[in-house]
Design a protein around this ligand. Structure first.
Ligand code: TYC
Length: 101
């Protein structure tokens, strides 16, 4: 039978090795130009044009789109930087984060 201590240690080791991942989510709005959304996705998330186009269109049509998944700190940093890029140009474009299930 498996010892309770072994189970606990194994769970802790897995938690340490695989920190909970967080989604960066792109939200649609009525004002930010499509080409600017694509520019931000390419610059901050290193997406090729074809992928950035698809993500932008998905958010445009469905209201939101998952952009990428990172550790909590990286996801929050990237969402903030991408949102700030838009703010600097006077656009309301928003990126949020949420933990994966
Ligand atoms: N809906 C915007 C427009 O029609 C374009 C847009 C797409 C804005 C995706 C945000 O996440 C977004 N100009």
């Amino acid at each position: 039978m498996t010892d309770i201590k072994t189970v606990q240690r194994t769970e802790e080791a897995v938690k340490t090795a695989r920190p909970k991942m967080h989604k960066v989510i792109l939200l649609n709005d009525d004002y930010t130009p499509r080409r600017f959304v694509v520019r931000v996705l390419k610059a901050e998330f290193r997406m090729p044009e074809s992928v950035a186009d698809r993500v932008m269109l998905t958010a445009h049509q469905r209201g939101a789109c998952v952009v990428a998944v990172f550790t909590k700190e990286i996801a929050e940093e990237k969402a903030t930087r991408a949102t700030d890029m838009a703010r600097a140009e006077g656009y309301p474009l928003m990126f949020t984060t949420e933990p994966e299930e």
